[in-house]
Ligand binder design. Sequence first.
Ligand SMILES: [Mg+2]
Length: 392
Amino acid sequence: MVVSPKITKIEVTTFEHQLENVGKDYNTFNTVYEKGGALTQRGTVLQIHTDMGITGEYPGVGGPALAQIQHASEYLIGKDALEREKIYQDLKRGLRHWDMTGIGPIDICLWDIAGKLFDAPLYRLLGGTRKPLPAYASTLHGDENGGLSTPEQFADFAEQCYEMGYKSFKIHGWGLGGQRIQREIDNVLNMGQRVGDRMNLLIDPACEYENFAQALAVGRACDEANFFWYEDPYKDGGVSQFAHKKLRQMIKTPILQTEHIRFLEQHVDFIVAESTDYVRAGAHEDGGITGTMKIAAATEGFGLDVELHGPGPVHRHIMSSIRNTNFFELGLVHPLVKSTRSPFYGGGYNDDLDGIDSDGNVFAPEGPGIGVPLDWDWINAHKVDGGILAEA
Ligand SMILES: [Mg+2]
């Protein structure tokens, strides 16, 4: 018998939570360490209910995605929850005027439904193998508050991470390109001297350097310090194919672009333009598991590796199901900040600094679907908004 769970209801629950010992830096977009500081984190859980009594749930919905889910909710009612490909294609057209980040949580919920229906974790549905996933410690941005405020403090933290089991470490620096680019260069060179003989070193300026010349200067330092990759250096926003092809011609360090372009077609265009070495993709940004698997396969077809953006159980499942990838991004971490995440997952799931085993690895969850229970007591205790977006 062919099973066909029909979507009956789209529901959201928005919560707020205070993160401790963090604040904002000079540009208000970077979260950084600040002793005694507090930031309100807001998030939304999406639930897609079906007529078979199975509900897909995903807690990683941000504001712009929520607006798009609202826009798409009427369309989803009555659809077969297993027809992910049709829904992906329809939503890609329906949301084409926006950044399309609404598609990711919807697609992930549909995969969660499938996993619960067939009583299998997602990596099993994807044909994967549960295996060690090497994690890198991905830092909070550098701060001016005595946490990660000097190259020495960054290197001390890298050594701490190495002692914990991490084999790889990623700097998110201070930015302030024009005035302080030398500090970024010093950080790269010092890191190479202190831990370069035993850790894979990565740096992500998160598009904060002012111009191409500064991107090139730090890239040349990465060459000297033998960095593993150099990611999104400057204020083109990470999207210029011409500039990054040029940068690749001028430095030796592999670059990682495509975090800030969307979906399969733009990724393939970027690869064909010879504008990146490693290929960035993410289930939030690139159309969920369906979209990310397409990019992973396209990348494999070019003989290249895909690197998933950010942590979470969904990326653990995807990473367990593809060959051409290297690292799990565990972050954002800091020596003096306990967590930068709201604790909506139960079941002991952990993407904080101590979430690795002694060899620096993480593993995919083993429960059905996403495979990690949501802590609904916590979510409801922190609920500030929500309701039904559409219903049959
Ligand atoms: Mg990045």
